[in-house]
Design a protein around this ligand. Sequence first.
Ligand SMILES: [Zn+2]
Ligand SMILES: [Zn+2]
Length: 343
Amino acid sequence: MRKYLLPETGNFYKGNLHTHTNVSDGSMSPEDVKKMYKDAGYSVVAFTDHDIVAPQNHLTDDEFLAITGMENYINTPIIRRKDWDFNFMQTYHLCFLAKDPDNVVCPAFAEQYVERPHSLAYMTEEMKKYAYDREYSQAFVNKIIKEANEAGFLVTYNHPAWSLQNYKDYGDLEGLWGVEVYNTAGARGFFPDNNQAFVDMIMEGKNVFPVAADDSHTLNSALGGHVWIKAEKLEYKTIMDALERGDFYASTGPEITELFVENECLFVKTKGAEAIYLNTECRFGSIVKGKDEVGFNLKDYLTVLRADDCQDPFRPFVRVTVRDKDGGMAQTRAYFLDEIGLL
Ligand SMILES: [Zn+2]
Ligand SMILES: [Zn+2]
């Protein structure tokens, strides 16, 4: 029996889930941002301006979906040398994506932290519901994430490397939906990010999803990392449900067109692969080069895991990475074997 990991039916929609406009510190208007992405073949853009939820629902049309969101941060109160403080600062940057396009009341919003006065034009009285003072700690960030989840937001942990964070800062985070594995602004600047935090979290058995995103502020930081979302139609709730389920993958180039398990083989079909990798929670893995589709045989791996004396200290999963000739990478989420019925 065939089990589809990316859904069998529906369409792939290209999306950028981390975007700034002139609502905060981006250089382009939301309208120009839409035009740029739409012209480049994107169907979905999450507008995640700093500090405030500013819905851009008027931009949604038959071929374009604007997702309502916000990026917010919690910094260390560090003072090393005042004019250099920013350079030393560790910081949690989180994106909040609203499951309801009209939901502007996000628990991460706090009026006193809105950095750019012009952003306040979007503030409403109801946004003040969750007033708070920030504290740089995982316990505090977990409280914000929990409240955000309860208020109907998916939460992404952004650019951990750029944020100067390591396992001590993110190891105990709970309730995250996504983790950035690629950030175009960082990659085209001097501070590329990576998938270490994502891998650390799935190795802990947490089902967080990899997100490649632009964090676009200008043209120079746009049209790089993206996601391909597989969904039945381009409609707000349908797309958010697909995101929440993990029916998407992250990419900086190659495409994954099919992903399913059949007869204990994991089949991957791609466009433009130079190499296809199978990774798991342990050192069972594989690489196939020079083909754009492959079936990875999981039988030996599953036999070991199913044996009575197997004491796997991890929660077993499979995931796929695809590389193209230009060094672009696509990565799927971790499909935990208990979740997909293989264990
Ligand atoms: Zn950020
Ligand atoms: Zn950002």
